[in-house]
Design a protein around this ligand. Structure first.
Ligand SMILES: [Zn+2]
Length: 489
């Protein structure tokens, strides 16, 4: 889910092919309406960044000499080399698709239990989600530092495969968390560490939202994670998403079965679904062109000689911002109700997933990038990328500060066989080790440097407030075209 479009390709009228950098590529806004609504808010974000000076703080923190930090980083690398790299390869060689990651969870939680962690599997009513907790001998009363790890593989007709390198994520977290735990024990630092095993990143419903709704992440002061990528980068401070805001909605039409030869006794749910699907196509010109709406009909009846009693249409509805997305979704919901009314059926509407603009903190992004540079991470992209939350749903990032570490680990793009190949070789192994080292550096600094914690807290509070203001500004910008029934304007 991490496709980042960084360049705009323009075919000039004369036939010249111009490849240019989109001037707004580093901002989180896609459309002119969004940019206009965000103008003052962007200025406030710039002021905040000027005040916090994340680049300066990152240079100071990563450049200082701190023997204890260096020992934690060295221990992290040692743990990776000795044990976690093999664990990453093992999960990579035993791919399991979303919600079925039983071997990965069994293996990872066995390692955690052996290391003395308390493990709770099946949290938030998700069979392959877990929370592992370690409380410091000096007492749990202190910071709670959270680590997120995924392990689901991609689906493919040739079988599952780890073409997004999720196999490495939790072993990276283990290398870092174990080294941090040893430091806390050694230095008598109170607090606790939590590792959140988050299943099924690749499919809806979004596991991290379900876990967040269940309060799983509530006590975390910080969340860290990493993901395999094709360059070492950091994102700009602000809010945004790689792949638009998404509503995942399932429309289930229910009719009445009857034999084909007496079809008038039935009410045809498939007919309703087809009408709905066609209505949505008819609505496309009513929506702003940036809307991306795609659906499938996974259920459409059982047999041709029986009037279908049940049919399901499953849509991913995407728009660059959540306000206009809500409008599109409401129009589609009404189209479904209209199709049901017309066919004498009923419709159940289940919005089973939401992905939103996430918050990206300059303080942590710049620190991760500075440490990646100090640790000789390859392929450093000097340009900050579009703001994007540290986890793909964006929802958790609104409430808890965090960082997604992006260190080059593959020449092949995400979701490819090339990325799978590199997960097992020197390129992936090096990138993963550096990811773990960066993770430990950030967690260590967060634990030991109050000035970093203060800056992170201020940035998080300010950005989540500005995100609310941005949505208000968007509501005002769209007021003439959404939310007001025809005839009342
Ligand atoms: Zn992924």
């Amino acid at each position: 889910m991490r496709t980042i479009v960084r360049h705009t390709v323009v075919f000039h009228l004369t036939g010249l092919l111009l490849i240019g950098v989109n001037p707004n590529h580093a901002a989180g806004q896609t459309t002119d309406t969004e940019r206009a609504a965000a103008r003052e808010i962007m200025a406030e974000i710039d002021d905040l960044q000027a005040r916090l000076n994340p680049t300066g703080m990152a240079a100071q923190l990563s450049g200082r000499s701190d023997a204890e930090r260096d020992a934690v980083v060295a221990r992290t690398a040692g743990l990776w080399n000795a044990e976690m790299q093999d664990l990453s390869d093992f999960i990579g060689q035993n791919p399991e698709v979303a919600w079925e990651e039983f071997l990965a969870v069994d293996t990872l939680t066995a390692v955690l239990r052996n290391a003395g962690w308390t493990v709770d599997v099946g949290v938030a009513d998700l069979e392959t989600a877990f929370v592992a907790t370690w409380a410091a001998p000096a007492g749990a009363d202190g910071l709670t530092l959270g680590f997120i790890g995924e392990y689901d593989a991609l689906r493919d007709s040739d079988g599952p495969f780890h073409g997004d390198q999720h196999n490495a994520q939790t072993p990276i977290v283990l290398a870092s968390a174990f080294a941090i735990a040893e430091y806390m024990e050694r230095a008598g630092v109170p607090g606790q560490l939590k590792i959140y095993g988050t299943p099924a990143e690749e499919v809806g419903p979004p596991a991290k939202v379900i876990m967040h709704d269940a309060g799983i992440f509530d006590d975390a002061d910080l969340l860290v994670r990493s993901h395999g990528v094709t360059e070492t980068s950091r994102s700009r401070a602000g809010f945004g998403s790689c792949c638009l805001n998404i509503n995942e909605v399932k429309y289930t039409f229910l009719g009445r079965p009857s034999h084909q030869m007496a079809s008038w006794f039935g009410r045809n749910a498939l007919e309703a679904a087809v009408h709905f699907y066609t209505l949505v196509d008819g609505l496309r010109s009513t929506f702003r062109p940036e809307a991306s709406i795609q659906g499938v009909i996974p259920e459409g009846g059982e047999a041709p000689n029986v009037v279908p009693q049940r049919a399901v249409v499953d849509y991913y509805i995407r728009y660059p911002d959540p306000i206009y997305l809500e409008h599109v979704t409401k129009m589609m919901d009404n189209a479904a109700r209209g199709a049901a009314l017309a066919t004498g059926t009923t419709v159940e509407i289940d919005r089973y997933g939401e992905y939103r603009d996430g918050i990206s903190l300059g303080t942590l992004q710049e620190l991760a990038y500075a440490y990646a540079g100090a640790l000789d991470a390859p392929r450093m992209n000097p340009e900050p990328t579009r703001p994007s939350g540290y986890e793909e749903t964006g929802v958790v990032t609104e409430d808890i500060p965090g960082i997604g570490i992006s260190v080059f680990s593959s020449r092949g793009a995400n979701h490819t066989r090339g990325m799978l190949d590199d997960t097992f070789n020197e390129i992936g192994h090096t990138g993963f080790r550096i990811s773990a080292e960066v993770m430990s550096s950030i967690v260590y600094d967060f634990m030991t440097r109050p000035e970093l914690r203060d800056a992170v807290a201020e940035e998080q509070a300010t950005l989540s407030g500005l995100l609310g203001e941005y949505h208000e500004a968007l509501r005002a910008a769209y007021s003439a075209e959404i939310g007001v029934p025809i005839g009342q304007r």
